[in-house]
Design a protein around this ligand. Structure first.
Ligand SMILES: [Zn+2]
Length: 616
């Protein structure tokens, strides 16, 4: 973890935050700021602001804020050290790592390198060797042109015993640890993938970490078409899990889909490599696939920084089974909405992409909330022409509806089911038995949370860019930030009457570096500082100072006056008070404040003098 602070500061200084964010959103200069559409939430009018000089960003729509490191962390789901390293790589800077991390990276580096070489080699074999011919024909028959093959860096693993191993010529352990090969029982080096179309799997940042290999469909019976027809193994084979690859943590295609997922806030989750490619071909470039495992917790963690809306595009039968019982939990925990694309029966995205791309696109465009999909499936499964069938359908549908955590949603579905099944809604409401034990959602919490989520962060207010800096104290803070040298020394914490603003000023005073000030502040103050950093101060300092002092003096004197009235007659205490007023008065002189405030202090002092108090 421990990257030294100086190194973090160097990385920050070397990072052009406008260029960095510009890779995700087009930014336009506006005065000293840059503005654009927020990469963190879906919007039509820009409410995202970047201050290049200070290296900070703030979104007035969803309140995301921070510096280059925060930006990379949020977008790429990295921890602090990883984000710093990512930016360091980008800027060509070396940071001093802790020992364990250095060791880990040193161990993985040769594996990543050998994976990259394997991707290249398989790709080359597919594109230009005679052995790749049948695979090229197969891919062409699926509608993959050269562009698709190159984009997804597809390859062909020839049907040799150790062709890849001989090409790579690296130690046997590297081959085993990367999952590319193994030593067989006779002690001979062997390739893991043979006679397969290769789909390289990349992590979100685009590093090759594994492969999925598919056998070719049996060639039409012709002489000598297949050299190893028997025992070719399963249709798909994946790299084994290892130090590079864990299928629970990887989504195939995220590296290509990321941009589009971020800009639309939506990700399409499907089951296979060819489904992902099919979606790309059909013009839906925001699809990812789980790699031979069910969609789970870790996948959601990976996705939640990219997408608010998750559209499941499984074939019709597996969609419900894949998710039922866990969807609402995921929605709540990760603040996403889960939808289901209704694909025509007995079709998967890969087929549909070539047979009817319009149908595929509209299935995603018209995806329905998970519960709607589930209830429809139930009603499709019964005979709706008979009274008994409709009753059975209603019963099962009610049980499904009861799983939903929000009572308002449940009630609307009940009415809908009642309508479809021609049953009195009151009857259904009565039978909406709470799941008695074993239900997936605990009863006490089921009412409130999902509404709170909808009204909270998830749906930011429509980019209303509130005019900022409505008060002199905020103007002052902003001036301190932007013109620290000429204004910082002329302000004092007492001029900030609000707790949060005062703490923000103190943080600025005690840190020469804005980023350090933000890092050391609590969330409240950090948010305020970041927001101000992306705003231009508009007022002139003298005017702001006068207003601040006037207000602070007015309040100080009012409170002193109130105290004085209570203390009439009490000599020593009045003397203390007089000393305080005199101090305020001196401050006023020092700060060159307007005469009205000064005269208020003078009147107070005169009044105290009239009480025969020892004047300081
Ligand atoms: Zn935003």
């Amino acid at each position: 973890m421990a990257i030294p602070d100086e190194d973090v500061a160097r990385v920050r200084a070397a990072t052009d935050i406008v260029a960095l964010i510009g890779e995700h959103s087009a930014l336009k200069r506006q005065g000293r700021r840059f503005v654009g559409l927020c990469p963190f939430h879906n919007e039509k009018t820009p409410s995202f602001s970047v201050n290049a000089e200070l290296g900070l960003y703030y979104c007035f729509g969803c309140q995301e804020s921070g510096d280059a490191i925060t930006f990379v962390r949020s977008l790429e789901h990295l921890d602090f050290a990883e984000a710093v390293r990512r930016l360091a790589d980008r800027a060509g800077i070396t940071v001093r790592d802790d020992v364990r991390e250095t060791q880990r990276r040193r161990r993985l580096a040769p594996l990543l390198e050998v994976m990259e070489r394997a991707v290249d080699w398989y790709h080359e074999v597919l594109l230009s060797s005679p052995e790749g011919g049948p695979a090229r024909d197969y891919l062409r028959s699926r509608g993959y042109d050269g562009e698709v093959v190159r984009k997804f860096r597809l390859g062909w693993a020839p049907d040799g015993f150790d062709s890849l191993a001989r090409h790579l010529s690296v130690p046997s352990e590297v081959l085993s640890e990367s999952g590319l090969g193994f030593v067989n029982s006779r002690g001979r080096q062997q390739d893991a993938f043979r006679a397969r179309v290769m789909f390289p799997i990349f992590d979100a940042s685009g590093k090759a970490i594994a492969f999925g290999g598919r056998i070719l469909p049996p060639a039409p019976a012709s002489a000598g078409a297949s050299s190893s027809g028997e025992a070719r193994g399963p249709k798909y084979k994946n790299s084994p899990e290892g130090s590079l690859y864990s299928k629970r943590r990887v989504l195939y295609g995220l590296n290509w889909a990321k941009q589009e997922v971020i800009s639309t806030g939506e990700v399409v989750v499907c089951e296979g490599y060819t489904d992902v490619i099919g979606f790309h071909i059909a013009g839906v470039p925001r699809a990812v696939a789980t790699c031979g495992t069910a969609l789970g917790e870790e996948h959601f963690r990976l996705l939640r920084n990219f997408a608010k809306r998750i559209v499941l595009a499984y074939d019709a039968d597996s969609a419900g089974q894949a998710a039922v019982g866990r969807v609402y939990e995921w929605e709540r925990q990760h603040q996403v909405d889960v939808f289901v694309a209704r694909l025509p029966a007995a079709s998967d995205p890969a087929e549909l992409a070539s047979s009817d791309p319009d149908a595929l696109r509209s299935a995603v465009g018209e995806a329905v909330p998970f519960l709607r999909f589930w209830v429809e499936r139930i009603l499709q499964g019964v005979d709706m022409t008979s009274a008994e069938g409709r009753a059975k359908g209603a019963e099962r549908a009610v049980a499904a509806v009861a799983e939903h955590p929000n009572p308002l949603v449940r009630d609307q579905y009940l009415m809908w089911v009642a309508d479809r099944c021609r049953i009195d809604p009151a009857l259904l409401r009565g039978s909406e038995a709470r799941p008695s034990g074993g239900g997936s959602a605990a009863a006490p919490d089921r009412a409130g949370h999902s509404d709170a989520v909808v009204l909270g962060r998830r749906t930011p207010p429509e980019a209303s860019r509130v005019s900022l800096l409505p008060s002199p104290s905020l103007e002052a803070l902003s001036l301190v930030m932007h013109r620290r040298d000429d204004v910082g020394a002329r302000l004092s914490p007492v001029l900030f009457l609000e707790q949060r603003e005062r703490r923000a000023f103190e943080a600025l005073q005690s840190h020469s570096d804005l980023h350090a000030a933000i890092a050391d502040s609590d969330d409240d103050v950090a948010e305020l500082l970041t927001r101000l950093a992306v705003e231009e101060p508009v007022a002139d300092f003298e005017g702001v100072l006068v207003q601040l002092v006037r207000e602070a003096t007015r309040r100080a004197l009012a409170s002193l006056q109130a105290q004085a009235r209570q203390l009439v007659g009490d000599g020593p205490e009045l003397a203390t008070l007089a000393a305080q007023v005199a101090e305020v008065r001196r401050d006023l002189d020092l700060l060159e404040v307007p005469s009205s405030a000064v005269s208020a202090a003078d009147r107070l002092l005169a009044w105290l003098a009239g009480r025969e108090v020892d004047m300081p």
